[in-house]
Every structure is written in structure tokens, then in C-alpha cells.
Design a protein around this ligand. Structure first.
Ligand code: SF4
Length: 317
């Protein structure tokens, strides 16, 4: 069952050169107790799609149309006050760089207790017990003592664990993890991903995992949606996606991974388009090895290529 349903989201920005559209008909569903990976290169629209769910958009952004259904309601119609009740309490964000979320001037405990006070209404000993429990849940050793530490006394991995502890302390049903391991080394990266998967299993939490890293997706995600230049170009469950990758962009991303299908590493020529570039037809066509005449004029629709597998490419029936 979908816990979040993003439907036909169209969004743009007011820029110096006028209004520019950045998302076209973006639709995806996050299932309860599952991890959906939203994949693509930087600037493809994955973070802005996720921030639309939280309604944490820059002032220059404007949602043109679409719905975001949560608990049976379109939350795009909710007021900022209502959204404050949802953010953190129901849907929490794990950012790429934990230092942007942890205040260096306060101890980890003070920040965690503040979250618990706001979201659970607990104070004193009860709040402290909850804080210790949250740090233990994310496997921070000597949790009680660690409450007194400042963020700079934590390693990168521990800071990210502390952020996850804050999300758990709010009993958030949904975690939006925006490249949560990018700033970490490979070993810590896999520990944090293991921790997130454990939370999914233990608490039936749903995770929207924003990443450019298909290797992490292959190891961790249940479902995959690939974005390119503001559009979803392929989506499927992860097993089917890696077995029968359909879209030339997804195939190129996979072929640029080491040790995949025994192929040599490939690179994708060129750069993704900027928001100011007008591209007719398929937005991937200037970079696509399989581009043929119709691709330059006609926009490919996202269509089913098999059960629960959708692709937007003229070559895929
Ligand atoms: Fe490539 Fe054409 Fe498919 Fe676009 S529609 S991905 S350009 S083959």
C-alpha cells in the first residue's frame, strides 16, 4: 500500500531569464515499509521532488499542478502550520551533510531532547530516557554519556546516526534520506545503509532514498525510479529493474558502474541540461547512443513495458 503517492507533479522556478519548468509530470509511489530509490545525476530534480513532499521549497519555486497524497489527502493543499505537524513528526529528513542539521553550539543531547519535547511533549527524566533509547537504537555506544557530547566530538558516521536518532525519536513514518552517505567513507556508508534497512524492518518505516549511486540502490532498495532532466524515465521494482533495465539512460548509468555484468566501464557523454536549456523531444536525446529521428521531436511517454515496469523511450514498446 502506498504511503506517499506523488501524482503528475509539475514545478518550475522564477529565474533571471523568466519562469523555467524543472519537473514534468513526476509520479512515484512510496510503499509502506519499503525503500524507494529516486535515482539520477545532480540537478535531475530528485531532491526538489522530495522537498515538494515536505513543502520545503525555495521561494522562487512554484508548483504548477499535481498532487501529493499522504494519509488519503493531498498535502499540497495543507497550510504551513499543518505541514509543521507533518514535518519531523510524520516525515523526517536525513540530509546529505549532517552538519547542516546539527547545531555545533549545542550538545547532541540538548538537540535530541528539544526534538523529543516538541514532537512527543516529554520533559525531564522521561525525555532523557527516550533520548538514550533513540541513540541506542542507532547503535551509538555509551548513549547516556554521549548525550553530553558536542557534534564536533562525533565522527561523520556518528553525526549521521544522531540525525537518524532524531527522526526515530519523532516516530516518523517516512524518512527522506537525501544522499545520506555521500559524505562518508565506504565502510561507514554500508553501516548507515544497514541501519536504515534495520529501521525499515523493525519499525515498518518507509524510506525515500535519494541517490546517484546505483550500486547502493542494487544492494538496498525495493523499488527504483530513475529521473533525467526533470522527468521520471524508468520505474519498477528493483529486482525487475536490474534484470531488465529498459531505458538507455538507466542502462548507461549501470554500464558506468564497476563490475556490473562484466562490461567495461563506460561514461555518458556530455552533461545533463541546465534548467535554462530548451530541449525538444526526448530530453536525453543529445546524450543518447540510441537516438534516432523521432527522438528529437517527440516526447516519449512513460508506458508499461511489463508488469509494474514503466519506461519513457520510443524504442521501448
Ligand atoms: Fe534515446 Fe530516443 Fe529512447 Fe530518448 S527516446 S532514450 S533519445 S532512444
Amino acid at each position: 500500500m502506498a504511503i506517499i503517492d506523488v501524482k503528475n507533479l509539475n514545478l518550475g522556478f522564477n529565474t533571471e531569464s523568466g519562469f523555467r519548468q524543472a519537473l514534468w509530470d513526476v509520479s512515484f509511489s512510496l510503499e509502506a515499509g519499503k525503500m524507494l530509490a529516486l535515482v539520477g545525476e545532480s540537478g535531475c530534480g530528485k531532491t526538489i521532488s522530495a522537498m515538494s513532499i515536505l513543502q520545503l521549497l525555495p521561494k522562487t519555486a512554484k508548483i504548477l499542478s499535481g498532487e501529493i497524497i499522504y494519509s488519503g489527502e493531498n498535502i499540497l493543499t495543507r497550510s504551513n502550520e499543518d505541514m509543521q505537524q507533518i514535518r519531523g513528526k510524520k516525515i523526517a529528513l536525513i540530509p546529505q551533510d549532517p552538519m547542516t542539521s546539527l547545531n555545533p553550539l549545542f550538545t547532541v543531547g540538548e538537540q535530541l531532547l528539544e526534538v523529543i519535547r516538541i514532537h512527543q511533549g516529554l520533559k525531564g527524566k522521561a525525555a532523557e530516557e527516550k533520548a538514550v533509547e533513540a541513540l541506542e537504537k542507532v547503535q551509538i555506544p555509551m548513549a547516556k554519556e554521549r548525550l553530553k557530547s558536542y557534534p564536533h566530538e562525533f565522527s561523520g558516521g556518528m553525526k549521521q546516526r544522531a540525525i537518524i536518532a532524531m527522526a526515530l525519536a519523532c516516530n516518523a513514518q517516512i524518512l527522506i534520506a537525501d544522499e545520506p552517505t555521500t559524505a562518508l567513507d565506504v565502510t561507514i556508508q554500508s553501516q548507515i545503509m544497514d541501519l536504515i534497512k534495520q529501521i525499515i524492518v523493525n519499525d515498518n518505516t518507509s524510506v525515500l532514498f535519494i541517490t546517484h549511486d546505483l550500486a547502493l540502490v542494487r544492494e538496498n532498495a525495493d523499488d527504483v525510479a530513475v529521473m533525467y532532466a526533470g522527468r521520471i524515465v524508468e520505474k519498477s521494482d528493483a529486482y525487475e529493474f536490474f534484470k531488465n533495465t529498459c531505458h538507455p539512460y538507466s542502462q548507461a548509468l549501470l554500464n558506468s558502474l564497476p563490475n556490473v555484468r562484466g562490461r567495461n566501464l563506460e561514461t555518458i557523454k556530455g552533461q545533463p541540461p541546465s534548467i535554462n536549456q530548451d530541449i525538444s523531444g526526448c530530453r536525453f536525446h543529445p546524450r543518447c547512443k540510441k537516438c534516432y529521428e523521432p527522438c528529437k521531436e517527440l516526447i516519449p511517454e512513460l508506458t508499461a513495458c511489463s508488469d509494474n515496469h514503466f519506461c519513457a523511450c520510443h524504442l521501448v514498446p
